[in-house]
Design a protein around this ligand. Sequence first.
Ligand SMILES: [Mn+2]
Length: 324
Amino acid sequence: MTNRLNFEEALEIIKPAKRTLVLCHKNPDPDTLGSAFGLKHILEYFGSSVSVACCDKPSPKFAFITNGESMEYVEGSYERIIAVDVASPMQLGELSYLSDRVDLIIDHHGMNTRFAPYYEDLGASCAEIIFSFYKELNISLPKHFFVCIYAGMSGDTGGFRYSNVTTRSMKYGAEVISQGIDHAEINRIIFESKTLGEIKAQRLTLDKMELLCDGSLAVIMITNEMKKENGIGDEDISDIVNCIRSIEGVLVAVSIKQSSKDPQKFAISSRANCDIDVSQVCSAFGGGGHMRASGATVVSSDPVSAFSTCIPPFEKAVNEFKAR
Ligand SMILES: [Mn+2]
């Protein structure tokens, strides 16, 4: 039995006024946040009361999307749960126990595990889907809705630069900008503003990274000990994979981050600069994502064994690509 919903069916789930919980994926990025808070405007338009929750605290710099809400999950009698930009129960992190109560998944990951009724559209961002709902509904929403949508679209396309950008992305981007939002300021916050902790994490990353496969594979492992020694927190290392990805000649960049809460858990983030399908490597570890941006969590006794579990499959993928 398929639980795939078409556009109209998804809208029919969204419209009734209900107490609603919207769930974001762990390590919340501008797309999951922008999609959730954008959807909140649509739901509120139809008379719903809406809470947005995430297992991880969003970076304070995204307060322009979240309005500074804590997004902590509060137990409540929700009549409807909607997950946005969430590809699998695992991506809900500590809130994954809510996955079997989800009524609707709205997602653009090609690898969604479809753990609940889902509406899927393989556009560049989940925010594009939320914007397509708004267009169909033909309703009037506050300016903040467009701020949320722009943040999501720009976040997942690297400022409308990545290979996932389509003519629809540009068209929607233009429509959103025409609402008079400060798009330059949104891009500055997302891409150019870093906390001191993030800069410290970058320095540590450049210092400790390793180049494998003759410089084609860049790897950084951040252990809890390294975090402590350098005075950096988990919120500071969310983006380090992009820091090593920009090195000339690197085809794939991988970060491995030891969990502060459970030291035997290691979060892998991978990025490809070419047509190496890193989601395939990550799916072997029970993770997934997009072809050029993917992640997984690996359980390992210590950082050294985590490294020797995670890295060889990436080396293999890079070497095979180079041998083509
Ligand atoms: Mn996304």
